[in-house]
Design a protein around this ligand. Structure first.
Ligand SMILES: Nc1nc2c(ncn2[C@@H]2O[C@H](COP(=O)(O)OP(=O)(O)OP(=O)(O)O)[C@@H](O)[C@H]2O)c(=O)[nH]1
Length: 302
């Protein structure tokens, strides 16, 4: 049997139940909600497996504030996640119905490239009567051309399995995007890499080689409750290596301390962080690396 894989953007107003649904579908320990470090367009929030399909859920951060008119330009850039995704699932709350925020999101959805599949998931159905649900389904589908509508309760589990199976069936034939042994902590690995990159940026300012990438190579949970994180900082030239290391290694030491402190705060436990700088001249041509960072490969060639 051939494998499938793809990116799914889960969108909705704050409190719609995105994290709850994600935890149910991913069934793993992590569904990170932090918008503190925003260096990528789409943050990976979790990876779910369904049969032969690998579903990679991405976030479109910080765009849906209730009771606020959506600023077009901001929406455009922030929508990267949904525009690049193979599929978008729009989550709304059954008992709140068509709110101002829901309306605004539907307007923004209309700006997505044509041919994008967008499904509707009406969540928290445990809070309403059937008649109300029918009316809402009808109103939403009149307002927008959803490919499918699901009635779910992320908290109680109703309809979630059907939604997951359907999503898996929509994804293109493709090899899996991430190795199976990394799936559970992928969002954490990426967050850790972004944290280090952020500290490098703060420390180096304009000196920072813009073709620089940080990857978390290994993540080890230790028996004493701490975790050991190994990261590689890739630069394109030998000269860049010197900049990142700093005189006597002082830059990398400072960056490492700052990143470790922040990660310890976030994770609530002790972290051992090991950074290594490597030269990889061709990484700009490496499409996969781009995608791991949540970037579109074409961005690098502009
Ligand atoms: N009754 C009911 N409550 C739900 C359901 N799904 C989620 N909730 C509750 O709704 C609240 C918000 O859920 P979250 O999953 O945190 O929502 P979110 O969309 O991730 O919110 P943000 O992180 O703010 O974007 C929580 O208190 C959940 O327990 C549901 O199906 N039924």
């Amino acid at each position: 049997m051939s494998t499938r894989a793809g990116f799914v953007a889960l969108i909705g107003e704050p409190n719609a139940g995105k994290s709850t649904l994600l935890n149910r579908m991913v069934g793993a320990k992590v569904s990170i909600v932090t918008h503190k470090v925003q260096t990528t367009r789409a943050r990976i929030r979790g990876v779910a497996l369904e049969g032969e399909a690998q579903i990679v859920f991405v976030d479109t951060p910080g765009i849906f504030r209730p009771k606020r008119r959506l600023d077009r330009a901001m929406v455009k850039s922030a929508w990267g996640g949904a525009a690049d995704a193979d599929l978008t699932v729009f989550l709304i709350e059954a008992h709140r119905g068509v709110t101002e925020g829901v309306d605004a999101i539907m307007e923004a959805l209309k700006d997505l490239p044509k041919g994008k599949s967008i499904a509707l998931a009406i969540n928290k159905i445990d809070k309403v009567q059937a008649a109300e649900l029918l009316a809402l389904t009808k109103a939403m589908n009149e307002a927008f051309d959803f490919v499918e509508t699901f009635l779910i309760s992320a908290e109680k589990g109703h309809g979630c399995a059907a939604l997951k199976t359907w999503i898996a069936g929509q994804l293109p034939d493709s090899p899996w995007l991430y190795p199976e042994d990394q799936i559970a902590d992928l969002p954490l690995r990426m967050l850790a890499a972004e944290t280090t990159r952020e500290k490098l940026t703060l420390r180096l300012h304009q000196e920072l080689p813009y073709q620089l990438t940080v990857e978390t190579e290994a993540w080890e949970e230790r028996k004493d409750g701490s975790c050991k994180i190994d990261q590689l900082i890739y630069v394109m030239r030998d000269g860049h290596k010197g900049i990142v290391l700093g005189k006597g290694g002082e830059t990398i030491k400072a960056v490492s301390t700052q990143a470790r402190t922040e990660l310890e705060e976030f994770l609530g436990r002790k972290v051992h962080l090991f950074l290594q700088v490597k030269v990889r001249p061709n990484w700009l041509e490496d499409k996969e690396r781009y995608e791991e960072m949540g970037l579109d490969f074409r961005d690098g060639n502009e």
